[in-house]
Design a protein around this ligand. Structure first.
Ligand SMILES: [Zn+2]
Ligand SMILES: [Zn+2]
Length: 175
């Protein structure tokens, strides 16, 4: 969305429109924005600056952090703000600030619903769909996820050992 600086009147300008969802597409394996971004912005010129306030909304397809199901997540920011210097510019492109705002608004660990039950860590069953037959009362012998856990733990231990070795070394050097 582009703003022509000399077309902004004293009282400001209302910009309404849609930005293609593609501007926030981050490529394969990332969030998908199949829908357009609805943009409603007030644009003003105040003492050499462009001031923008307004709202952005769209839906992103996110993968749930617990059950991995893809779901539609509503992004609705009614407090979008942006400003920049006008000096020497005829056209100011708001695509990048809009893009950044949408990306910053994405949850770090998205959940498909409150209280999502996630996947069974033994058999991988999506527990929102149905219960699995795993018996949680008896201790569990290694399944695929536990093997991964073990590997990770061993790796962390290795790194910890390396760090403490390095610490000792640097202490010796200090002497
Ligand atoms: Zn979920
Ligand atoms: Zn299970």
């Amino acid at each position: 969305m582009k703003v022509y600086v000399d077309r902004i009147p004293e009282e400001g300008l209302l910009l309404e429109g849609e930005e293609s969802g593609e501007i926030v597409d981050m490529g394969e394996g990332h969030e998908k924005f199949s829908e357009n971004i609805l943009v409603r912005l007030h644009v003003y010129k105040v003492s050499g600056k462009l001031i923008v306030t307004g709202s952005l909304s769209t839906h992103a397809l996110l993968s749930c952090g617990r059950c991995l199901e893809v779901f539609s997540y509503l992004i609705d920011n009614k407090k979008f703000t942006y400003d920049c210097d006008i000096e020497g510019r005829d056209i100011i492109d708001l695509t990048e600030p809009v893009r950044e705002d949408i990306i910053i608004g994405l949850p770090v660990r998205p959940l498909c619903r409150e209280g999502c039950r996630g996947l069974c860590n033994r058999c991988g069953q999506n527990l929102n769909v149905k219960k699995c037959k795993c018996d949680f009362r008896t201790p569990f012998s290694a399944g695929p996820f536990d093997v991964l856990d073990d590997l990770l733990e061993k790796k962390n231990l290795k790194i910890k050992n390396q760090i403490s070795k390095l610490r000792k070394k640097s202490k010796n050097l200090d002497k």
